[in-house]
Ligand binder design. Structure first.
Ligand code: FAD
Length: 466
């Protein structure tokens, strides 16, 4: 339990100056307010400020400075490392700031800093438009975009951060400014893939593209005993697929009694999931080869509303379950890498865990490396290792499995990882420095300029386990 050392009068006074609730450790809603998506995270903030708008955010930042508190920002609360919350500091919680305004003429959307991708899709699809988000609609726009943003439209339209036109920010000094390609350009660079820690983004302006209302999708599952063969075929398929096609593969038991027949529910499976950003008739043809690799166990592929596809995986990641995810950018899908993917998928301690291969390339490589802080553009694939389990007694074995897998798979990678699948950032600054390469110094420069006293230090990986 957090012991707040802040004077009671200061908190009372703070509450009178903001519209949102200030939640204290002795408040009934404290446990709910401090909890995030990952049930592994159990942190006790000194206070949680549920902001309702920019004025509240400015006041919260001032309050943190006046009371010598460090601050974290809660966007969608879905970071696996739990960096939205902290021990003993102030959580600036934006989860009540979820409005989205669409300009259908300009094809832009202005999104508040606590919105989820479901909020964005809901508004933009009313105009047949979309911007690339993630593959689960409950995740926050903020954290996902600040770390890059790898979703179902990436090969055609790039990363979420590539589609940013500007951000509105409250800095550590409480200044409100806009960063874009034309103003505060270096800060804008840092917010596109650098992972935050430079201020509170209260608004994101995104470019929109025509998408939906229906899209052709592929979601097909095959027996995992032939995972190697299917992954080889997948490698060939993505090498010639058009940019409209974006896919990933997932290997694991994926035990789900409601979905699979009893005789295969506990067997290893390999699935391919993706969609086509273009006319559904063309998409059905373009995705067909992935559905014809062999005899499927199940094939859920269909032309469906874009919003439905965006929510397809939501139920698989319930709030409060236990999660530990890491990643590596792969140099390629070599024969040995494929063998090892199958091995690690087979040895997962939890039947809910998977080893995933995300196709990159396409529009992601159209952006110059130094244009944004995102560093994964060079890689053809991203390897994601997801440990998902229910019982806290199994924490160690699941975390160990992910770490062993990453250690082994490093032979197929330059060792860099995706900031949004970071484990618990245990590699600290050294891992970040090696992942960001030359961009690291630029990020440190921004940190010194915009947060010299380290108000938002807890957002940064090295110290996030606090
Ligand atoms: P939070 O935990 O709220 O925030 C993450 C970090 O960003 C924290 O350090 C926080 O302080 C900071 N932050 C949050 N809001 C702001 C703000 N407004 N201003 C400044 N800093 C802020 N990633 C992908 O790229 N593609 C996917 O398809 C994808 N799928 C996912 C599915 C699930 C179920 C989950 C849990 C994660 C997924 N991710 C994916 C990873 C995701 O991008 C990260 O977990 C991301 O951090 C989530 O953002 P959030 O706003 O929900 O997180």
């Amino acid at each position: 339990m957090a012991q707040s050392t802040i004077e009671y009068d200061h908190i009372e006074q703070f509450q009178t100056t903001v519209y949102g609730d200030v939640v204290r450790p002795d408040d009934a809603e404290y446990d709910d307010a401090r909890s995030v998506w990952n049930g592994m995270i159990d942190k006790y903030p000194a206070l949680i400020a549920r902001c309702r708008g920019v004025a509240d955010v400015i006041r919260a930042v001032e309050f943190a400075r006046e009371n010598d508190l460090r601050a974290t920002v809660h966007g969608g609360g879905h970071n696996v490392a739990g960096t939205a919350v902290c021990n003993d500091g102030l959580v600036i919680d934006l989860s009540e700031m979820r409005a989205v305004w669409v300009d259908p003429e300009e094809r832009t959307a202005w999104v508040q800093g606590g919105a989820t991708w479901a909020d964005v899709d809901h508004e933009t699809q009313a105009f047949g438009l979309a911007t690339p988000g993630g593959v689960v609609s409950k995740t926050g726009v903020a954290g996902l975009t600040l770390g890059g943003g790898i979703g179902h439209l990436r090969c055609k339209y790039g990363l979420s951060c590539d589609n940013l036109r500007s951000v509105d920010v409250v800095t550590a000094e409480g200044r409100y400014l806009t960063a874009s390609a034309d103003e505060n350009e270096e800060l804008f660079w840092g917010f596109r893939g650098g992972g935050g820690g430079l201020g509170v983004v209260t608004g994101f302006e995104f470019e929109l593209h025509p998408a939906g209302p229906e899209v052709a999708t592929c979601f097909v599952l095959y027996p995992g005993e032939r995972a190697g063969e299917y992954l080889r075929a997948y490698r060939e398929y993505v090498s010639s697929a058009p940019d409209e096609v974006t896919t990933l593969s997932s290997t694991g038991v994926m035990a789900d009694e409601e979905v699979f027949p009893a005789d295969v529910v506990d067997d290893l499976k390999i699935g391919f999931l993706g969609c086509y950003a273009g006319p559904p008739e063309d998409g059905e043809k373009a995705l067909a080869p992935l559905r014809e690799l062999g005899e499927p166990i199940a094939d859920f592929s269909a032309t469906m509303p874009y919003t439905e596809f965006q929510q397809l995986l939501d139920e698989d990641y319930p709030d409060g379950m236990r999660y530990y995810w890491k990643s590596l950018y792969l140099d390629g899908l070599t024969e040995s890498a494929i063998d090892r993917i199958r091995y690690w998928a087979e040895t997962a301690p939890s039947p809910l865990s998977t080893v995933d291969v995300w196709e990159l390339g396409g529009a992601i490589t159209d952006v110059d490396l130094d244009e944004t802080a995102f560093v994964g553009r060079h890689a053809p694939f991203l390897l994601g290792i997801e440990a998902n389990w229910k019982d806290s007694a199994n924490d160690d074995v699941n975390v160990e499995w992910v770490r062993d897998c990453i250690d082994d798979m490093r032979q197929f990678s330059d060792g860099s990882f995706y900031l949004n699948f970071p484990g618990f950032f245990e590699g600290g600054e050294a891992a970040l420095e090696s992942t960001f390469g030359p961009a690291y110094e630029r990020l440190i420069g921004l940190k010194e300029e915009y947060d010299p006293e380290g108000l938002f230090d807890l957002n940064r990986g090295a110290k996030s386990a606090d």
